[in-house]
Structures are given as C-alpha cells and as structure tokens.
Design a protein around this ligand. Structure first.
Ligand SMILES: Cc1ncc(COP(=O)(O)O)c(C=O)c1O
Length: 437
C-alpha cells in the first residue's frame, strides 16, 4: 500500500468516528454490518444521515455533493418537491395497502408503454424481479431454458455475471456467459447451443464499469437471436435514463422484452418488464395455463403515484436530453483532466465510471470488463475515492458515477477542478509511464 493511501485511510478513520461506531453496532444484527453489498467499503462504510437537493451529509457531519445518486435510482436528487408532494398526496388521499386493483396501475403502465415503445407491461418490486419474470416469460414462450448473458453484466442480486456465472445464481446450468461486445463469441455460443430461450443484455453495462455496447454487437444480438428463435431482452434498469425512450429509443433497438427499474419508482422500490403482447400474454390470468406473478407490493400506491408524476412532470424528454448532454460534457472534461495519468472515464450520458488501468488503456480501447478490471490499480482507485470524499464529493469506490438532475453546473465544474487537484498532487504515483504514452 502506498504511503499516500495509508495517510488518506488514516484521515478517513479520524474523520468518521461516528460511522465507525455505528458500524460496530451494526455487526450485532447484520452480517458484516451490511444489508446491501454494493455499499460495503473497508474499513467501514460511511453512515449517511440525510440528503437534500444534490447533497448528502454523513453522521460525522461531513457534507458531500452526491455523484452516487443511489446507483442511478436517485436521478431526481433528494427531496424533490414535486415527488415529495406526490408521495404525501398518495399517503393522505389513496392509502398504502389497498389489497385491490387500482386505476393508478393502468395510468402509469400506459405512460411507460408509450414512452418505451412497449405493447404491454407488468410491475414488480425491483429490477432483479423484473429480469427474473422477463426470463420466466421468455422460457415459457419459447419452451426453452438456456439464456445467454455477458461477462460483467449485472441483472440483479441473483443474476450477477461479474466474472461469469455468479455463485448465488439459482441454476448455473441454464446460463451461457459470453464476452461483451464480442460478435464472434456470440455466434459461437448460438452455434453450440440450439435451444436458447433468450439473450439478456445491457446496451451499456452499468455495474460492469459503464461500458457501452458497440453498434455491430447490438445488431448481432438482434439478428442472431432472431435467427435462433431466441428472445432479445434489453435490460434498461440503469440505462432507461439515457434518453427520453431509454437507450432503446436512442439506438433504435428492437428488443422483444425490456426491463425497467430504479428512478422510475420516483424514489420507491420499483421494477417493470414489458414488450411484445404475444409474450406478455403468458401472464394473462384469463388463461388457465398462465404463469402466476404475484407480489404484495407490485401495485403499491406510493410507487405508482410518485413514479407516474416523476416520469411525466419531472424527467421529461427535454430534461433527459439536457442531463445526458451535460454528462457527456463532464466525461470529456474529466478525461482531459486525467490526461497523462493512468486514470480514464468510460460511459455514456449521465452514467460513467472512473478506471485506473495500469496498462494505460483509454476509454475507446475498453470494450468489456475483462479489458480493464484485471489491470486496475485498486490502491490508486481507492486513493482517488478517499481524496474525492475529502474534497466533498460522494462517489462509489468502484468508480461509478450517476448524475442527478439537481446537480448544478458549478458543482460539475468543481468536481473537474477537484480531479485536476488530485492529479497535480499525486502525479508522482499516477502518471502514465512514458513507455505507454
Ligand atoms: C442493469 C441492472 N439490472 C438490474 C438491476 C437490479 O435492480 P434492483 O437493484 O432494483 O433489483 C440493476 C441494479 O443495479 C441493474 O443495474
């Protein structure tokens, strides 16, 4: 460990005594003091006390500009007045546990169908569930079991493919895991497996390091799955924010099914899957052979109201386009600030990821997680995270950044300045070796 990292870690511990104490307490009732793996950081996680606008405060009294945005679900920033009002209104005028079908389901379903070009849709409690049920639909519709996914993909807690099939995946036998952005690998997988039910894909991998798919690969996913009689499931749980109609709209993709999640619940737990009517009809309860898809909170009034109001009144097409344009500008400015160092930033629009590949790869060279992850200098990445926290920027240790709509331009510029300061201070240990320039 470098002395810079040692020193930054010592300062982190000194600046967060209350977080350390809360972590000690949490160990008594939560495994490792944790209930959401992605939020774990050593030696202990910072305990966040509250958020407002584009800021969060920790229990130790430190203030941060929020560039985590709840791993994309916090697109609206904190306590957005329109969403607060929507939630309060739902609590007072509708209620929470009605135990019956309500008109709010169709109101929000029709908005989402129109916005994302879907015939029909069903709600779920999370993006994970949306993918599980989309996969169940694909399996029932095709009468096949196997699914092609891609290394580095994250489709939910039991559908994580960081390094191939995840240990907690329900049935690894059902999965064929190919390399992302590799057309030849995908062709070979289809040749070797004749009974593929579906291909599930993020058109820009999110948790995998904000790596966009290239157009040839997306074309191949569509055409190869069609030829094989397999369905194309587009996971837009993270990427739907990247355009008014998601990446499906921006890239003119033609998936059979689309899954949604995150901010579309207006701050409440949310998931949805939709697409072709003939496929979704496997869940039509008027048929005695339909698949069941019950879930107590699937039509909860808070989500249906806040989600609808957020999508119709707050994250409008203009707002989506502006946020993603600002994200592209920020990413370009960060890459410029990082010039001459091993750091670089990949991504698209309002989603991006900071990498520290020792082999000097630049964003355009990174086509899949395996291009970059094995070469990351994790100590330097941690140093970056610690120093950005000290400069007042709430980031994820893994480098992912998601903008929220409340972040003002001056805060984006201040972040670029902080990155410049980090580079200047640490150039002795982060400079790109001359052999790689
Ligand atoms: C692409 C993608 N799909 C699915 C999920 C799972 O969503 P949830 O956390 O709501 O279960 C996530 C969560 O990060 C995701 O990024």
């Amino acid at each position: 460990m470098s002395s810079a990292l040692d020193a930054a870690t010592t300062r982190f511990v000194a600046n967060h005594p209350k977080s350390a104490e809360l972590h000690q307490g949490a160990l008594a009732s939560l495994p490792g003091g944790n209930t959401r793996t992605a939020l774990w950081t050593a030696p202990f996680p910072i305990s966040i006390a509250r958020g407002e606008g584009y800021k969060v405060w920790d229990e130790d009294g430190n203030e941060y500009n929020d560039f985590v945005s709840d791993l994309t679900a916090g697109l609206y920033g904190h306590s957005h007045p329109v969403l607060q009002q929507a939630l309060v209104q739902a609590i007072y005028t509708i209620g929470t546990n009605l135990g019956g079908t309500t008109k709010y389901e169709q109101r929000y379903a029709s908005l989402l169908c129109e916005r994302f070009g879907l015939d029909l849709l069903r709600f779920s409690n999370s993006g994970t569930e949306a993918n599980i049920h989309a996969l169940a639909a694909a399996r029932r519709f095709t009468g096949r079991r196997k699914v092609i996914a891609f290394r580095g993909a994250y489709h939910g807690s039991v559908l994580a493919f960081a390094n191939g099939v995840a240990a907690n995946n329900v049935d690894p036998e059902d999965w064929i895991v190919c390399q992302y952005n590799d057309v030849v690998g995908l062709e070979e997988a289809f040749q070797a497996n004749k009974e593929v039910a579906a291909v599930i894909l993020e058109a820009a991998q999110g948790s995998g390091g904000s790596i966009p798919a290239n157009p040839e690969f997306l074309d191949a996913v569509r055409s190869l799955s069609q030829e094989a009689g397999a369905l194309f499931i587009l996971d837009e749980v993270m990427t739907s924010r990247l355009g008014p109609g998601g990446l499906k709209g921006v890239l003119q993709l033609k998936p059979d099914l689309v899954t949604l999640g995150k901010y579309l619940g207006g701050g409440m737990p949310f998931g949805a899957f939709g697409g072709r009517a003939d496929i979704l009809s496997v869940y039509d309860p008027r048929s005695s052979s339909s698949l069941a898809h019950s879930g107590t909170f699937q039509n909860n009034a808070l989500m249906l109201n806040a989600g609808f109001i957020g999508a119709s009144q707050v994250y409008t097409a203009d707002v989506a386009e502006a946020l993603n344009r600002r994200g592209d500008e920020l990413r370009a400015a960060l890459n410029k600030a990082f010039e001459g160092t091993i750091f670089c930033v990949t991504g698209r629009g309002s989603l991006m990821c900071v990498h520290a590949p020792k082999n000097g790869l630049r964003p355009q060279d990174i086509a899949c997680k395996d291009d970059v992850a094995p070469f990351e200098d994790l100590d330097l990445k941690k140093l970056f995270w610690l120093e950005m926290l000290e400069a007042g920027f709430w980031l994820q240790l893994r480098g992912s950044i998601a903008l929220n709509i409340q972040l003002p331009d001056e805060v984006l510029s201040a972040f670029v300045d902080a990155v410049r300061g980090f580079c200047k201070k640490n150039i002795g240990i982060i400079a790109l070796p001359s052999s790689l320039t």
